[in-house]
Design a protein around this ligand. Structure first.
Ligand code: DGP
Length: 119
């Protein structure tokens, strides 16, 4: 498995266990943990263990990682039966997207009927 860490990246430190987190899922490629600022009753972050900066970089450098992430999300949501009532996946890119951590990640939001409100 190709795996690249960025020594300054907070999510790489979480993946390596150097910073504590509440992990809910782990496989060979992907880790998921609770978001420190939850925006819904269930708010998880799915991150690939191979560091890339955002989804465009992932697609250019290591596109299989995107499939690994969605496979992990499918596996977790089916196991936890979140697909019964549904959930939302979000990824932010760049300043206008509101990206604050530059390690590709997907937010998984669930646990209530989510409003679609941008402001
Ligand atoms: P984004 O803004 O899309 O880049 O999302 C980054 C998310 O990461 C944000 O919702 C807060 C979360 N976050 C930042 N630092 C930490 C941390 O140290 N631990 C955890 N669990 N979440 C973090």
């Amino acid at each position: 498995m190709k795996q690249h860490f960025d020594e300054h990246c907070i999510f790489c430190k979480i993946i390596k266990g150097e910073i504590p987190s509440q992990k809910v899922y782990e496989d060979e490629q992907v880790t998921a943990f609770k978001d420190i600022h939850p925006a819904a009753p269930i708010h998880l972050l799915f991150v690939h263990k191979n560091h890339t900066q955002d989804i465009n970089h992932t697609l250019a450098e290591s596109p299989q990682d995107i499939l690994d992430l969605f496979a992990a999300i499918k596996s977790y949501t089916q196991k936890e039966r979140l697909d019964d009532r549904g959930f939302r996946i979000i990824t932010n890119l760049g300043v206008d997207g509101g990206q604050s951590v530059f390690h590709t990640h997907f937010h998984l939001l669930a646990g209530k009927k989510l409003p679609f409100q941008l402001a």
